[in-house]
Design a binder for this molecule. Structure first.
Ligand SMILES: Nc1ncnc2c1ncn2[C@@H]1O[C@H](COP(=O)(O)OP(=O)(O)OP(=O)(O)O)[C@@H](O)[C@H]1O
Length: 318
């Protein structure tokens, strides 16, 4: 569940047909797609083309999202989110409201996509996501409420796109919206300052969340959230284990850009893809062996964990 610092009192519902006050574009509403902290999103048609329309109670919040969408779709950076098509006002039950229409992204939310296609896709999608975040960060924003539900995988090109820009915050401010499961402060790993490392932390938690089975993930709810728990999951997971270094670095805020994290993840992904069968077998064998090899890998993991986390652990427990 998204936590927001400015919950809207009442989110209006769109009528079946409406026309924008200034641009005069007419929309036919097909169905509601979702409703949350900032507004409601509808699937509509406009001039025979499908559009997603977001309407909110607070005009300023909607305009803030418009501002972000506009800034990230300049030049070649149009892959971050849906393309913005129209911004206008309308009157609902005598009350003026602001809405925007955007490209309708046909596809699946990332969590559903992984459930259907398999966990092998997790790293591929996270690498793509990091490229999108890199562009957003370059424009001075932090996404904030990063979670699988806010990431779409398009049906046609299998491209990752961000949706729901309601939590996007200017770097340096306090994060406006977050979801506990992916929130750095909730995992006792830092504060809620909108900085690049906040998004990278959420991306790393997302990777773990998507790669493990729901039962394992649920067990995190019964404990005090701490990154040590995440490290333990990574150590036990064949899919996550090769990515332990970038994941740990993200947990401990060691990256200054999403591009850096992406490059390191991509190297591992390439390595695994090229030498997939041999390498996986080798790692599994080492982990199963109780002899020197297996101990070596575990030992290395613990050593890197301690090295990276040492200072933070000290701060937490002292
Ligand atoms: N451009 C789009 N194309 C297709 N579907 C979309 C698009 N934008 C939003 N959606 C769908 O609408 C749902 C609600 O959208 P969004 O998350 O932006 O709204 P919200 O009301 O701000 O919700 P939240 O509580 O997460 O902030 C999403 O889960 C998604 O399925």
């Amino acid at each position: 569940m998204t936590m927001s610092f400015n919950q809207s009192p009442h989110i209006p519902s769109l009528p079946r047909q409406f026309q924008g006050k200034w641009n005069k574009k007419s929309y036919h509403v097909l169905r509601e797609l979702g409703r949350g902290a900032n507004g409601a999103v509808y699937l509509t048609t406009q001039g025979g083309v499908k559009r997603a329309v977001k309407v909110g109670a607070e005009g300023m919040d909607i305009l803030m999202e418009v501002n972000v969408l506009k800034s990230v779709q300049q030049g070649r950076d149009s892959q971050v989110g849906p393309l913005l098509c129209d911004v206008d006002d309308l009157v609902i039950d005598g009350k003026p409201c602001t809405f925007y229409a955007m490209e309708y992204l046909e596809g699946e939310q990332l969590d559903r996509y992984i459930r259907q296609s398999g966990v092998d896709w997790v790293a591929v999608m996270i690498v793509q996501l990091l490229a999108r975040l890199h562009v957003l960060h370059k424009h001075g924003w932090v996404f904030g409420d990063l979670k699988p539900e806010n990431v779409m995988v398009t049906k046609s090109s299998k491209q990752v796109r961000l949706i729901d820009f309601g939590g996007v915050t200017k770097q340096g401010n306090a994060v406006r919206q977050f979801t506990e499961e992916y929130d750095r402060a909730y995992w006792h790993a830092g504060d809620r300052k909108a900085e690049i490392s906040y998004d990278l932390f959420s991306a790393a938690v997302m990777m773990v969340r998507l790669a493990v089975d729901p039962q394992t993930w649920k067990s995190s709810h019964s404990e005090t959230r701490h990154t040590v728990w995440l490290c333990d999951i990574i150590r036990k997971s064949d899919g996550l284990y090769p990515y332990r270094v970038p994941l740990l670095k993200a947990f401990h805020g060691k990256y200054s850009t999403a591009g850096e994290m992406r490059a390191e993840m991509l190297e591992i992904l390439k390595d695994l893809t090229v030498a997939a069968p041999q390498k996986q077998k080798h790692i599994q064998k080492q982990k199963r062996t109780s002899g020197a090899g297996g101990m070596g890998i575990s030992g290395l993991f613990v050593a890197s964990l301690l090295l990276l986390a040492g200072t933070l652990y000290y701060a937490w427990f002292m």
